[in-house]
Design a protein around this ligand. Structure first.
Ligand code: PGA
Length: 258
């Protein structure tokens, strides 16, 4: 019997929050999450707030830091880009790769997503690979084919060791920021499909270990039911992570039952 996967809850602040808003947020969030110790927690602030968060958290093991994006290049003449080394320098541990907003609004392809995954892994950053179908794709019954293509595109040619570092976030595009959540059954079905894909492509051990997060209008009200599904190992939270109390409630909903 495989060990239970430790739940992981990450808050993606997107393009919200200035550096000066970080300290008051963290003061409340740290207090509210004080009793929690068996959930992995990360906040994913915008680049300009990362340094402040890093200074306050000081390499905390309890609340870790993630970045929302990263250049696939190591360094050089790439105006406006942020490298993996710059993130590591701020004790960042995770990086979102292939978020649907990056794919849709900034034209990120599976090929670019793949390059970012490789750069992150080479720099000891753990990629949180975001995948998910649009409403049209779901209505056309294509959601599984889309998930498979995104997984294949991003994870091709990775070694077993590299695959172990990957975290996956299933985020149906139609549920992001819309208030429309996938039902727990819909989400579980997609998560199970992803785990089965990993079984076939990477083996049972990796499939059992990999954490698959759900994202898309997760709130303190729906988190518990989503997180109780067998293949949902955590949540990637956007809007509801901007309020430290709501986000702490979602973290609390991930605490395993005694
Ligand atoms: P949402 O965003 O919780 O605001 O829907 C989720 C995400 O995009 O990661």
């Amino acid at each position: 019997m495989a060990l239970p996967r430790k739940k992981f809850v990450a808050g993606n602040w997107k393009m919200n929050m200035t550096s000066s808003e970080v300290a008051p947020y963290l003061e409340v969030f740290r207090q509210e999450t004080e009793p929690v110790n068996n959930v992995d927690i990360a906040i994913i602030p915008p680049f300009t707030a990362l340094a402040k968060a890093s200074e306050i958290l000081g390499g905390s093991q309890k609340i870790r830091l993630g970045a929302q994006n990263m250049s696939p290049e190591a360094k050089g003449a790439y105006t406006g880009e942020i490298s993996a080394a710059m993130l590591r320098d701020l004790f960042v541990r995770y990086v979102l790769v292939g978020h649907s907003e990056r794919r849709r609004l900034f034209g990120e392809t599976d090929e670019l997503v793949h390059r970012k995954v490789v750069t992150a892994l080479n720099s000891e950053l753990r990629p949180i690979l975001c995948i998910g179908e649009t409403l049209e794709e779901r209505q056309a019954g294509q959601e599984k084919a889309i998930l498979e293509a995104q997984l294949e595109g991003a994870l091709k040619a990775l070694t077993q060791e590299q695959l172990e570092e990957i975290i996956i976030a299933y985020e149906p595009v139609w549920a992001i920021g819309t208030g429309l959540t996938a039902t727990p059954t819909q989400a579980q079905e997609a998560h199970q499909f992803i785990r089965d894909y990993l079984k076939t492509s990477a083996g049972v051990e990796i499939a059992d270990k990999t954490r698959i997060l759900y994202g898309g209008s997760v709130t303190a009200d729906n988190a518990r039911e989503l997180l109780s599904q067998p293949d949902i190992d955590g949540a990637l939270v956007g809007g509801a992570s901007l309020d430290p109390r709501s986000f702490a409630e979602i973290v609390a909903a991930a605490v395993p039952a005694e």
